[in-house]
Design a binder for this molecule. Structure first.
Ligand code: ATP
Ligand code: MG
Length: 341
């Protein structure tokens, strides 16, 4: 059975952009493949503080992250779907150290995300931030995962994991690690041809980002539905005065149509046909605002129905499974490098 592994960092409140671009996509994939694959939906909590966070909130955010998986439709009762916290499977940290010693400083230094993030957080560039792609390699290799649905910003890290695994296997002359599929195969697997980017509501030339400090630019999953509807009503559009789906010249309007289609489960072409050529932006906005409002109301109700106890129980089951698999793989590695017989 092949393993599909994916995780979403939960250190800031996710937006509807994350919901549409990450949660929905990954959960659809998980449910689609759960009949014949092992699905590891883990919470990468050790990755949460590679950049500074509020540690008092971390535990609750991790629990909430799992509730979001479930509320977004992850079938946690499927015996092939496992949710677990990285921090509760010590083999991740142990393997990361061993892999550190088989990763060249030069190759790790080429990671462009480190360069970008260290510019953003120039006052606190930690070794953890530098090192995290190697921990990520451990997250993947411990479970022999072949497919790892992830964003474009992670392709370079995936390539690093492949390089480390190949080097390790070659050095010890055994197929200790399964080599994850290369980028083009991952993209095909994710059906990502039409890579979706929800835009900022205040500046539709940019993407919506959860870390934005401009509250009006984004709709967070825990926004008050009424407030969220107001943000849609005041979203930046254009002065063309005709509704067209045109991401280049009318990105604001096109973004609103995309949000409506994605959250209402409509085909984008139907939405385009519905509004094409109309000139009242206010009507479109009101329809999108209604969809956003009812999506948030419904989603938040679903989240509220999931108890912390249930989440802890799912995690305990998932972590028992993950520890068993990860320990066995770690032992293979420890044997190869000469730590055990
Ligand atoms: P940050 O501002 O902290 O970078 P972010 O909103 O960009 O936050 P990430 O944590 O970088 O979120 O990404 C989480 C997942 O959400 C990734 O799979 C990413 O591709 C997806 N994603 C992020 N922003 C959008 C967006 N605007 N539209 C669609 N998908 C998105
Ligand atoms: Mg981002």
């Amino acid at each position: 059975m092949q393993t599909i592994l994916t995780g979403i960092r939960a250190n800031e409140e996710p937006t509807i952009g994350n919901f549409i671009g990450a949660y929905k996509t990954m959960i659809n994939l998980a449910n689609e493949h759960a009949a014949d694959s092992r699905i590891n939906m883990f919470v990468p909590d050790l990755h949460s503080f590679t950049t500074p966070i509020d540690h008092d909130k971390l535990y609750a955010q991790v629990i909430k992250g799992v509730k979001y998986y479930i509320a977004a439709g992850l079938d946690v009762n499927n015996p092939n779907i496992h949710v677990y916290r990285q921090s509760h499977v010590p083999a991740h940290s142990e393997l990361a150290w061993i892999l550190d010693c088989f990763t060249y400083f030069g190759e790790a230094s080429r990671m462009t995300q480190f360069k970008e993030k260290s510019e953003e957080h120039a006052d606190a560039i930690t070794v953890g931030l530098f090192n995290y792609p190697i921990l990520m390699a451990a997250d993947i290799l411990l479970y022999d995962a072949k497919y790892i649905p992830l964003g474009e910003d992670q392709f370079q890290h995936l390539e690093l994991a492949r390089d480390i695994a190949t080097r390790f296997n070659n050095k010890f002359g055994k197929e200790i690690f399964t080599i994850p599929a290369p980028e083009r195969e991952q993209v095909k697997f994710m059906h990502l041809e039409n890579g979706l980017r929800i835009r900022s509501l205040t500046d539709p030339s940019k993407k919506m980002s959860k870390s934005s400090t401009n509250e009006k630019s984004k709709i967070s999953l825990n926004d008050d539905p009424e407030e969220a509807a107001k943000k849609i009503m005041s979203a930046t559009t254009d002065s063309i005065g005709k509704i067209n789906f045109d991401m280049v010249n009318q990105p604001g309007i096109s973004n609103l149509m995309t949000i409506k289609a994605m959250l209402a489960g409509q085909d984008i072409h139907d939405v385009i046909t519905q509004y094409a050529g109309l000139d009242r932006y206010g009507d479109l906005k009101r329809d999108v605002a209604d969809v956003v409002k009812s999506f948030l109301t419904d989603f938040q109700e679903r989240v509220a129905k999931i108890s912390d106890e249930d989440v802890e129980r799912y995690l305990a089951e998932g972590e028992a499974y993950a520890n068993e698999v990860a320990k066995a793989k770690l032992a293979e590695v420890q044997r190869a490098v000469g730590l055990i017989r």
